[in-house]
Every structure is written in C-alpha cells, then in structure tokens.
Design a protein around this ligand. Structure first.
Ligand SMILES: Cc1ncc(COP(=O)(O)O)c(C=O)c1O
Length: 448
C-alpha cells in the first residue's frame, strides 16, 4: 500500500492545526468519494463505514445533491435569511415539518452544526417553559459549543479547564442494558436507571423547574446503546406528567440512519421537538430545530441568529437529500441491509470471543469488543488495532466509547460492499487474535 502523499500531508497538518479537534485513527487523506467509496491521495480505495461521522447518509457526492448545489452557487451563494428571504429555505422548512413526527403545526429554526442546534434547543426550552433546568445523559455527546458541551457528559477533555459551563444541566444514566450500572438483567430490571430521575425529583430537582429532557433515541457516542421501549415510554410519561418537553436529539440517528426518518419513530413517541444536523444536507453545513408551533413562537430574534445559517446552497442540498432518500427507497434499504449486517456480525460473535455484543438499529450498528464476555471489560486495544488494520485493507472503520466498532456507512452502500467490508473486519479480528497487529499502531490509532 502506497501512502507517501497522505503521510506527507498529515506531517504538514500536525505542524499547523490546533490539537483541539482531531481524534486520529489512521493517516487517511481524502481525494475524492463516490457513493460508499473513498479514494485517498495515493490512489488507494476504501469502503466507507463512517460516512463522515454519520453526515453523509446519501453517500459521497450524490449526483442529485451535486447538481442542486452547482445550480444554486451559479445563481447566488448566500444572502442572509436574517434580513431577506429565499425560496429554498421556505421549501425546506415545509419538507422538514412534513417528514417529522406529529400531525400538529410545526416551525423550523436553522443553524450550521448539531452543536448550535443543541444550544438553540436549550434556549428554546427555557424560553417556552420559563424553567431553567435541562436533563441530559451521562456519556452523551451533543457537540462542542458551550451549551452543547454542558449538555454532553462523555469526555473529561471536553470539560477540563474551560469552565464554568452552562448552569442547571443535570445528567442521568442512559439505560444501558448490556452494562447496567445497577447490575440488573433484562429479566429483573425495574428501570433502576430511571428511578434516579424520580429520586432527583423527590429530593433535589423540582420537576416544575425542568424545561426539557434532551435524549438521543440511540446513544451514539456512548457506543450505540439502544434504550428499551419501557424506558422511553416511562420517561416520556414522566415528562408529560410534569410539563417537561421531550426532545429527540437526532443529529446522529436522524435522516434515515436507523431505517426511519428519525430514530425516535422506532419507539412510537411523538417528541415536542427534534434537533437535527449532520446528514440533513449531505455534508453541507446545516442544522435545524423542528418544534411544535406554540413552542417555537416563544422566542424572538435575535436570540438564535447566524449570518450564514439557512444558506440557499445548504437548503437545496437538503431538499435533494430528502428526494434521494425517498426516490432510492433508502429507508427500506437501510432497514433490510441493517438487519443483514446485524445477522452477519452476530455470526462473527458466535465465532469470536472478542465480540461481546452486537447492537443497533438500521445502519447504525455497534460491535462491542471485550476482554472477557463475563466481566464485559472493554477491549480498547483490540478496537484500535482492528480499525487500523481495516484501514490498511481498504475499509474506513472507527470506534467510539473506547471499544465499540462504529458501523455507520452511507445508506447507499450495496450488499456486496457491506459483505466485503464485514469480510475484511473478520480478517482483522482473526489477525488481532493471532497477535499479528503490532503495538506501534496504537501510537497512531488513538480515537476517542
Ligand atoms: C448526537 C450528536 N449531537 C450533536 C453533535 C454535534 O454536531 P456537530 O459536530 O455538527 O456540531 C454530534 C456530533 O458528533 C452528535 O453525534
């Protein structure tokens, strides 16, 4: 494998870029991409199982998205919707209210990244309810603006030395049935994790001061943890009983990733608001909050204004993204291929002790690597080495939560490509188990 040009660019990058924002896995320098395939600067090709951290559900440079973007940049690139109007913005807002759950009237607020949408959601929930407290989850990741960091509770490096963070954001355990914090099994679970919130409501967090619960329908960066239905039902009920908004944070799981438009639809819950980002515009910068009209009417400009938000280029990309998902039946494809991939990974689990659990929904699949199936101790070294070896063999694969292989390919990936990628993952597992992946790759493959 030739990597000279890539390595040289990485060397230059290391000298000039801030260390604040890169978590390296391998020296991949991208030259181009089409569908689910990437090509690097040295001409090597890769099957992409990362989709730019879930931001490219329609795949790389989908012709329909490219065509819409080119046409729009030729007409005009941007004029801020803060002072003027443009048609793609209105069309997109209407499409988003159509495809999001709930048959009530909704409105949309646009931004540029999932992080700012989460900040906006905190502001909106406080404005609407007149309450200050927000409930979020331990191990959640919601972005890196101050509000989004305050909402997140994943990594100390995100929070060290930068305080004070936003006050009155409280974190509760996410329902993780594989590694239950309370030592319970599915059979004897009494939702002890939710009990923590009930205890808080009894003793130190007045429920009537809570504005919103902001929850991912699958906890992405926690390692794709899928909550049990009974947890979501009970939490939703608790919110409704106490006048608390239930917000589904769909930045990573939305826009078809789980085989439905939005992850929360798997749980038959109609949230009061959605937070969107990443794949909404196929890689063009865009985020959105979609909320019930009465909620959205409770804040006034300029509380959530960004000069380049709602850019017409991002709007036409988002409109094309929605068309592609519909025309190419990507929701159905994602459900079918996701099930197939889960089956294949489960077969690998039968053969390889290293795999503790396979979980997920649609094409959001996590493969949890353990040192021991009984203790479930995380195997971070295996995850790093396997991802590195996969890269050497032509598959872009990363891990999160320290040890969980993150399988989130573009939804346009074919079954053949998926098969090839899983075959390569198995080869890497076998080579790891045989001790054939050297320790020195750990100096490069750091991940989260
Ligand atoms: C669930 C979730 N929310 C929010 C964000 C932040 O989005 P952005 O990086 O676009 O600001 C991310 C990014 O990884 C995410 O996974």
């Amino acid at each position: 494998m030739k990597t000279d040009k890539c390595v040289e660019i990485v060397r230059q990058d290391e000298k000039v870029l801030s260390p604040s924002s890169r978590m390296p896995y391998f020296p991949l320098v991208i030259k181009r991409g089409h569908g689910a395939v990437l090509e690097d600067m040295d001409g090597n090709e890769y099957i992409d199982l990362l989709s730019s951290a879930g931001a490219l559900n329609t795949g790389h440079s989908h012709p329909k998205v490219v065509e819409a973007v080119i046409k729009q940049v030729q007409d005009f690139i941007h004029y801020t919707p803060v002072y003027t109007y443009h048609e793609p913005l209105v069309k997109l807002a209407n499409r988003l209210t159509d495809i999001s759950p709930g048959k009530f009237k909704k409105r949309v607020a646009f931004g540029l990244s999932g992080s700012d949408a989460n900040d906006g959601m905190i502001k909106l929930a406080r404005a609407y309810t007149g309450r200050s407290k927000i409930i979020s989850f331990i191990q959640s990741y919601h972005g890196s603006t101050y509000g989004a960091i305050s909402l997140s509770a994943l990594s100390l490096n995100m929070r060290k030395k930068i305080g004070p963070l936003l006050p009155d954001i409280h974190h509760i355990p996410y329902p993780d049935c594989y590694r239950c914090m309370f030592g319970k099994k599915v059979e004897n679970c009494r939702l002890e994790c939710l009990k923590q919130l009930e205890i808080a409501f009894e003793h130190y967090i007045p429920a009537e001061e809570v504005a919103a619960v902001i929850m991912e329908p699958i906890a992405g960066d926690a390692g794709l943890v899928v909550p049990p239905q009974k947890y979501v039902d009970s939490l939703y009920r608790l919110c409704k009983e106490n006048g608390i908004l239930f917000v589904s944070e769909e930045v990573q799981q939305g826009f078809g990733r789980t085989g439905r438009w939005f992850g929360i639809e798997h749980f038959n819950i109609v949230p009061d608001a959605l937070v969107l980002g990443k794949s909404i515009a196929s890689g063009m910068p865009m985020s959105a909050i979609v909320a019930r009209e009465d909620i959205m009417q409770s804040w006034q400009a300029p509380v959530h204004v960004f000069t380049t938000a709602g850019s017409p280029v991002s709007c036409v990309a988002a409109l094309a993204t929605i068309e592609v998902i519909l025309e190419e039946n990507l929701l159905e494809h994602t459900r079918e291929l996701g099930e197939y991939a889960m089956e294949r990974f489960n077969r690998l689990k039968d053969k390889h002790e290293l795999i503790g659990q396979v979980r997920g929904l649609g094409l959001s699949v996590g493969v949890d690597l353990v040192k021991d199936r009984d203790t479930k101790e995380k195997n971070g070294e295996a995850a790093a080495k396997i991802c590195y070896r996969c890269w050497e063999k032509g598959v872009v694969l990363t891990f999160f939560a320290g040890n969980v292989l993150r399988v989130q390919p573009p939804l346009v990936i074919s079954r053949q490509q998926m098969d090839k990628a899983i075959d390569i993952i198995e080869e890497a597992i076998v080579e790891y188990t045989a001790g054939e992946i050297p320790d020195k790759v750990l100096e490069i493959a750091k991940g989260w």
